[in-house]
Design a protein around this ligand. Structure first.
Ligand SMILES: CC(C)(COP(=O)(O)OP(=O)(O)OC[C@H]1O[C@@H](n2cnc3c(N)ncnc32)[C@H](O)[C@@H]1OP(=O)(O)O)[C@@H](O)C(=O)NCCC(=O)NCCS
Length: 212
């Protein structure tokens, strides 16, 4: 399934993305809160990342989406939905990673919104969650901006990776909460039945278009 937002096209990852994925994970700043700056090898991307994404896509319509500019088609990173193996409820884990040159433009928020919409509207998820190192403020901010709430804090004893000494945080958004906030905006009745064009326009922009 291909998703489109105002600025991004998200398409299922393929073997043709290997070079771009290796390049992304070779930037130690990008990998700082993922692996302590250690790059991911081509072998791991070809032998584990891509097969896992393909298995997810086949089994659950989830997996990994390559993010490219809608206009120029430049690689910007990826967004992913993973189905936990031993979960007792319909839930998916959201994650994302973008090339450093596009940080700070709201693209992670835009793409994450599109996957939230897909999860709740098309995939039947009851809960979408995401986790990161507590020190990863940019990632936490994206989670907050898409409406997620802090749901768990995992403390780490040792500073195994850079920044992990302050632990990991998990954020979540429940379908019921998403419905009562986003969907109310969509209907143009955010405040006691009054139409509020500014808010409605913002909500439409944030959610983006879903294209099957
Ligand atoms: C996390 C990541 C995807 C964010 O991408 P992005 O496109 O820059 O995100 P957005 O522009 O949508 O939002 C980032 C927000 O974090 C804020 N932010 C970034 N660094 C910050 C810092 N050091 N302190 C405070 N706020 C910070 C930005 O100001 C922005 O918030 P605002 O819109 O309220 O100003 C990107 O930094 C990345 O790929 N990091 C490496 C991989 C990673 O850490 N992935 C997440 C692991 S789970």
């Amino acid at each position: 399934m291909i998703l489109e937002t105002a600025r991004l096209r998200l398409r299922p990852v393929t073997g043709s993305d290997v070079g771009a994925l290796v390049g992304l994970d070779s930037d130690p700043v990008v990998m700082r809160y993922v692996s302590g700056g250690v790059p991911t090898s081509r072998e791991v991307i070809e032998g584990w990342v891509l097969p896992r994404a393909e298995a997810e896509r086949r089994a659950h319509n989830t997996g990994m989406w390559t993010a490219v500019d809608r206009d120029a088609g430049h690689f910007r990173g990826w967004f992913a939905l993973r189905t936990p193996r031993h979960s007792h409820r319909p839930e998916v884990e959201l994650s994302y990673r973008l090339t450093r040159e596009v940080w700070g433009r709201g693209l992670a928020t835009e793409g994450a919104h599109a996957l939230l919409t897909l999860s709740f509207r098309e995939l039947g998820a009851e809960r979408v969650f995401a986790s990161t190192m507590a020190a990863n403020i940019a990632s936490r901010r994206v989670m907050e901006k898409i409406g997620m709430r802090l749901s768990a804090i995992h403390l780490c004893d040792e500073d195994i990776l850079f920044g992990s000494g302050s632990g990991e945080v998990e954020y979540e958004l429940l379908h019921s909460h998403w419905e009562t906030t986003t969907m109310a905006w969509f209907q143009g009745r955010p405040f006691a039945g009054q139409t509020h064009p500014q808010v409605t326009a913002r909500a439409r922009h944030a959610v983006g278009d879903l294209t099957a």
